[in-house]
Design a protein around this ligand. Structure first.
Ligand code: URA
Length: 438
C-alpha cells in the first residue's frame, strides 16, 4: 500500500480502511513515513475528521506499534487518565487506593507541558523516585504492590510519539480525532480491562469550553470501548485548582494529606472518590458505586492506601519512611511571599491558565519538553472561588526560589482574580458522567 495514495484519500476526506491506517501507523513507527507525510496526514485529519471506525483503527494500530502489556493477576487491571489541569493530583491518591481495594494499576503517566502539570514531575519531587524503569521492574512492582506510576519510555506507542511531536510543530494538536487516538493508544498499551477518564473543563484545563470537553469525553469513551476497554468519563470542573496548592512537591503534600485521612482538600477528595467509585463498579471490584466509595474510604481510614503508596515509592527508589517524614524529604522553597487581595468582595474568577503560567514562571512547570524543573516552588493555600475576602487578606502563598521571581509572579497573579459584590453561581464540581450508551 502506497503512503501517497493513503494521503490522497485523507485529503479528499474519503474513508480509510483498517489496513491503510495500520500501514500508516507502522510507517510512523519504523520511519518509512516521512515527517512531511505525517504532517500532511495530521492537517488533513484536522480538516476532514475521522469516522469512529477510523479513530478506533488509528488507536489500535498506534497502540500495536510498540510494547503491549498482558497480565495474569488476581484482580482487574485498571487505570484512570486525566486530560490535565492544575493542582490535579488524583493519580497519587487513586492508584494506591484502588490497589488497596483489590485492583492492579499499571499507570503510565506523562510530564507537564504548558500550564497543566504532569504526574511524573510531582513524583520526581520525592528524592530517588525512578519514573523510568524496565518493563520487568514495572511488572514486578504492579504485581507485588498493586500499583506503579511510571513514564511511557520509548517502547510504548512509538507511532503516537512521532505523530504527537509533529502535530506540536504543525498546529494540529487541537483535533478531537487525533487527541482521542493519541491518549488511548498509550493507555491501552498497558493492557487494561477498565479505564475511567477525568475530562477537565474550565480555565485551568486543556479545553475550557464545556461543549468541546464533552465532545472529547464522548469520543474517548466510544473509541476506548470500541477498542475493547470498558471505559467511562467524568466531566469535572477546572475553573480553579483541584487541590489547594499548585506545584510538584506541594501537590505530593496535598495528596499525602488525603492518604493520611487528614481533613481538608475536599474538592480533591470528592473527585478522587467519584472517579475511583465509577472504576471499581465498572471493573467488578465493587457491586455498585456506593459500596465502592465505602471501600475506598475504608482504604484511606485504615491507612492501607497510604501504606501501598509508601511501598510503591520505596520499590521505585524513594525513601522507605516518606509517609512518616515527608517534611524531611520533600524540597522546600527558599522564599515564601503572601499574595494579598487588592480589593474586597467575593472571588468570582480564579483564572487557572494564569495560575499555571505562574507556576512556569516560578520554574515549576515547563514550556518546552526538555526543560528541567524546580520541584520546591509553587502556589500554596490558594483561596477558593466564591470566598468573601477583604483587601489585604492573603489569597495564597507564593513559594519561590528568590524574592525577585516571587514579586514578578505576584504581578502576574494580579490578573488572575475577579472580585464582585455578589457571590457567583458556582458550577458543579462533577458536571457530567459519560458512559458508553451516550
Ligand atoms: N495528550 C496526549 O497524549 N495526546 C494528545 O494529543 C493531547 C494530549
Amino acid at each position: 500500500m502506497n503512503i501517497r495514495n493513503i494521503l490522497a484519500k485523507v485529503r479528499k476526506g474519503a474513508a480509510l480502511s483498517a489496513g491503510e491506517i495500520r500501514t500508516f501507523s507502522n510507517g510512523l513507527a519504523d520511519g518509512s513515513v516521512s515527517d512531511v507525510q505525517a504532517a500532511a496526514f495530521s492537517m488533513a485529519v484536522c480538516i476532514h475528521g475521522l469516522s469512529e471506525e477510523e479513530r478506533i483503527g488509528l488507536t489500535l494500530s498506534m497502540r500495536d506499534s510498540g510494547e503491549i502489556r498482558s497480565w495474569d493477576l488476581p484482580g482487574p487491571v485498571i487505570d484512570k487518565h486525566s486530560t490535565g489541569g492544575i493542582g490535579d493530583n488524583t493519580s497519587l491518591i487513586l492508584a494506591p487506593a484502588l490497589a488497596a481495594c483489590g485492583g492492579f494499576v499499571p499507570m503510565v503517566s506523562g510530564r507537564g507541558l504548558g500550564h497543566t502539570g504532569g504526574t511524573l514531575d510531582k513524583l520526581e519531587s520525592i528524592p530517588g523516585y525512578q519514573a523510568e524503569v524496565s518493563t520487568e521492574r514495572f511488572e514486578q512492582v504492579v504485581g507485588g504492590v498493586g500499583c506503579a506510576i511510571i513514564g511511557a519510555g520509548k517502547g510504548i506507542a512509538p507511532a503516537d510519539k512521532r505523530l504527537y511531536a509533529i502535530r506540536d510543530f504543525t498546529g494540529t494538536v487541537d483535533s478531537i480525532d487525533l487527541i482521542t487516538s493519541s491518549i488511548l493508544s498509550k493507555k491501552l498499551a498497558a493492557g487494561l480491562q477498565a479505564l475511567v477518564l477525568d475530562v477537565k473543563v474550565g480555565s485551568g484545563a486543556f479545553l475550557s469550553k464545556f461543549d468541546e470537553a464533552q465532545a472529547l469525553a464522548q469520543s474517548l469513551v466510544r473509541v476506548a470501548n470500541g477498542a475493547g476497554c470498558r471505559t467511562m468519563a467524568l466531566l469535572t470542573d477546572m475553573n480553579e485548582p483541584l487541590a489547594e496548592s499548585v506545584g510538584n512537591a506541594l501537590e505530593v503534600k496535598s495528596a499525602l494529606k488525603i492518604l493520611r485521612n487528614e481533613p481538608g482538600e475536599e474538592r480533591l477528595r470528592k473527585v478522587s472518590l467519584a472517579l475511583g467509585s465509577k472504576l471499581m463498579a465498572s471493573s467488578g471490584l465493587a457491586e455498585n458505586e456506593r459500596s465502592a466509595e465505602k471501600k475506598l474510604l475504608e482504604s484511606l481510614a485504615t491507612g492501607r492506601a497510604a501504606e501501598i503508596f509508601g511501598k510503591m515509592v520505596t520499590e521505585l527508589g524513594g525513601p522507605a519512611d516518606l509517609l512518616e517524614k515527608s517534611e524531611k524529604y520533600l524540597p522546600k522553597p527558599k522564599v515564601i511571599l503572601e499574595y494579598q487581595a487588592k480589593s474586597s468582595g467575593f472571588i468570582t474568577e480564579s483564572d487557572g491558565r494564569i495560575l499555571g503560567e505562574a507556576l512556569i514562571e516560578l520554574g515549576g512547570g515547563r514550556r518546552k519538553f526538555d526543560e528541567s524543573l524546580d520541584h520546591s516552588v509553587g502556589l500554596d493555600r490558594i483561596v477558593r472561588l466564591d470566598s468573601s475576602v477583604k483587601a489585604g487578606d492573603s489569597l495564597m502563598r507564593i513559594c519561590a526560589a528568590d524574592e525577585n521571581t516571587a514579586r514578578r509572579v505576584a504581578s502576574l497573579l494580579d490578573k488572575a482574580f475577579v472580585f464582585s459584590d455578589q457571590p457567583m453561581k458556582s458550577s458543579e464540581l462533577i458536571m457530567q458522567t459519560i458512559s458508553y450508551d451516550q
